[in-house]
Design a protein around this ligand. Structure first.
Ligand code: GDG
Length: 468
C-alpha cells in the first residue's frame, strides 16, 4: 500500500463498530474537520477501534486508510481509564477532582504511546505530515521524531493546559513536556493554555521561549524551534445550519415543547456526564429559583441531557449518584402531574435530536468549571437560524474567549448564575437578536474547516523554517 502524506494519530479511529460487525463513521467534529483534507491527500488515520482486545487489520473507509491500534483490556484500564482519565484529565482541569498518580498507569501510558508512534512511523511517507491529537498521546510527538526525523509533526491539545503550580504535581512532568516538544507545532485552545505550557517548559527544561517559539538545543549544537500557540477549535457550522433548517427537525422542536407541557421557557443543558461541566451548580441555581418563586414549573423546565461517559471510573460513578440525588430532590419537591422541573436524560441522542433540542431551548446553560473549548455552546449558536435564544456561558470555557456576546457567568457564584438565568429568561427578543447575530457571525466565520486549515498552514510554515 502507498505510504500516507498526512497521518492523523488519535486515541480513537473515526469509526464505530455497527451491529453487523461493519463500520460506521463516528459523529465527532474532528472527523468532519479533517474529512476535506483527507480527501485531497493520501491520508491515514491511526487509532484504537474502541473495543478492548479487538484486533483488526488496517482497512480503507470512505477513501481513508485506517490503521487500528490494539489495546488489551488491562491497557484500556491503565492507559485510558487510569492515566488518561483519572490522572491527566482531573489534573489538567485544575484538580476539580483529585488526580491519582499510579506508576502502573504511567508505565501502560508509555507503552501504549510507543505502540501508536510505531504505527504512525510505519505508515508515514517520506517527509509526510503527522498530526497527533490530544492528551492521551502526549508522548507520541517525540517518539515519532525519534523514529522518523524526516516527518513534520503537529500536536493539538483539546483540553486545558494547567498553570505550572498544578502541572508540577505530575511525577512524570519532564517526560510529558519532552514528549510534547517533539512536535513542530503544539496547538492549544486558548492563549492562556499555550502560555502555561511555555512557562512549564521554561521552569522544568530551561529552554528559551520567544514569541517565535520554544528553542530546543539539538545534540549537534543547532537549535530546533517548536511553536506553542492557540488554535481555537470550532464546529462544522454549515451542517448545523442545514439541520436547523430542515422542516422535520423544526417540527420535532415544536413537539418537544408540547411534550414538556408547553412551558413558557425551556432551559437546556447538554454535556457528557462529567465533573468538569458544572451540572450540579446549574441545577442548584435552578432549584433555588424555583424555591424562591422566581420561576415555577408551569413557566420553566430545565432539560438536562447528560450523556453516559467513562462509566468505569470511580469519580464518574460518584458524580452520577450526586446528580441523580439532586434531580430526585428538585423534582420531588416541585413537580406537578403535568409539569416537571428537570427533565433529566442519561442517554445519548442522534445529532438531529440534539439540534431539535437546541431549537426548542430558549436558554442554553453552559456552566463548565473548566473546559478546553465547549462545542455545545457553538452548536447552539449555529442552530439558532432564527437569531433567537440566549447563551449563558461560563468564563472558564475556551469558548468564552471568542463568544463575548453571551451572558457570562462564574459557575461557582450561585447567586450570579441565578441572576444570569433570570436575565436570560426575561431578555427581550430584540436584545436576543442583537447578541445572537454577533455570536453567529463568529461561528460562521470561524468553523472547524478554518481551524484545521490554519493549523496545517502553521505546520507547513514550521517545516520550512526548520528546514532552512
Ligand atoms: C473535549 C473537550 C473541547 C454530547 N452528548 C451527545 C452528543 N454530544 C456531543 C456534543 C458535542 C460533543 O459531544 C461534546 O463536545 P464538548 O466540546 O462540549 O465537550 P468534550 O466532550 O468534553 O470535548 C472540550 C472538545 O474536546 C473539542 O476540542 O471543546 O473542551 O473537553 O459535539 O454535541 N452528541 C450526540 N448525542 C449526545 O447525546 N449526537
Amino acid at each position: 500500500m502507498r505510504q500516507a502524506e498526512l497521518v492523523v494519530v488519535a486515541n480513537r479511529l473515526p469509526v464505530d463498530r455497527d451491529e453487523n460487525g461493519g463500520w460506521r463513521r463516528s459523529p465527532g467534529g474532528l472527523v468532519s474537520a479533517l474529512e476535506p483534507v483527507m480527501r485531497t491527500v493520501d491520508g491515514a488515520w491511526v487509532g484504537w477501534p474502541g473495543q478492548a482486545g479487538l484486533h483488526v487489520d488496517e482497512f480503507e473507509f470512505e477513501g481513508t486508510r485506517l490503521v487500528p491500534v490494539t489495546l488489551s483490556a488491562e491497557e484500556v484500564e491503565d492507559y485510558y481509564e487510569g492515566f488518561s482519565n483519572d490522572t491527566i484529565w482531573p489534573l489538567y482541569h485544575d484538580v476539580i477532582s483529585v488526580p491519582r498518580y499510579r506508576r502502573e498507569w504511567w508505565n501502560a501510558y508509555r507503552k501504549v504511546n510507543e505502540r501508536f508512534a510505531d504505527a504512525a512511523a510505519a505508515v508515514a511517507a517520506s517527509g509526510a505530515t503527522v498530526w497527533v491529537q490530544d492528551y492521551q498521546l502526549q508522548l507520541v510527538p517525540q517518539l515519532i521524531r525519534e523514529r522518523r526525523p524526516d516527518v513534520t509533526i503537529g500536536y493539538f491539545h483539546h483540553i486545558p493546559f494547567p498553570a505550572y503550580g498544578l502541572f508540577s504535581q505530575l511525577p512524570w512532568r519532564r517526560q510529558v513536556l519532552e514528549g510534547l516538544l517533539g512536535a513542530d507545532v503544539i496547538g492549544f485552545q486558548r492563549t492562556a493554555d499555550a502560555s502555561n505550557f511555555a512557562r512549564a517548559v521554561h521552569r522544568q527544561l530551561r529552554h528559551e521561549t520567544r514569541a517565535s517559539g520554544i528553542r530546543i538545543p539539538r545534540e549537534d549544537g543547532t537549535i530546533r524551534v517548536a511553536l506553542a500557540k492557540a488554535f481555537p477549535i470550532s464546529i462544522d457550522t454549515a451542517s448545523y445550519i442545514e439541520m436547523a433548517a430542515r422542516p422535520d427537525i423544526q417540527q420535532r422542536a415544536i413537539q418537544i415543547r408540547e411534550e414538556l407541557g408547553n412551558p413558557a421557557k425551556i432551559l437546556l443543558g447538554v454535556d457528557r456526564l462529567d465533573y468538569t461541566k458544572g451540572i450540579r451548580h446549574r441545577m442548584k441555581a435552578f432549584g433555588e429559583l424555583l424555591a424562591e418563586g422566581w420561576l415555577s414549573v408551569q413557566n420553566a423546565t430545565l432539560v438536562q441531557v447528560a450523556s453516559p461517559s467513562r462509566e468505569r471510573v470511580a469519580a464518574y460513578v460518584q458524580l452520577r449518584d450526586e446528580i441523580e440525588l439532586m434531580v430526585g430532590r428538585v423534582n420531588g419537591t416541585y413537580d406537578t402531574m403535568g409539569h416537571t422541573a428537570i427533565r433529566y436524560l442519561h442517554q445519548a441522542f442522534p445529532r438531529e435530536e440534539m439540534v431539535a433540542l437546541y431549537l426548542a431551548a430558549d436558554v442554553m446553560l453552559v456552566t463548565a468549571l473548566r473546559d478546553g473549548m465547549n462545542l455545545v455552546a457553538k452548536e447552539y449558536i449555529a442552530s439558532r437560524i432564527d437569531n433567537r435564544g440566549v447563551l449563558v456561558l461560563s468564563e472558564f470555557t475556551g469558548a468564552a474567549d471568542e463568544l463575548g456576546s453571551a451572558v457570562r457567568i462564574n459557575p461557582h457564584d450561585i447567586e450570579g448564575v441565578k441572576d444570569a438565568i433570570m436575565q436570560a429568561v426575561e431578555m427581550a427578543p430584540a436584545e436576543q437578536g442583537r447578541r445572537m447575530r454577533k455570536l453567529r457571525k463568529r461561528v460562521q466565520e470561524h468553523d472547524v474547516q478554518a481551524w484545521s486549515r490554519s493549523f496545517l498552514t502553521a505546520l507547513a510554515t514550521a517545516r520550512e523554517a526548520n528546514a532552512s
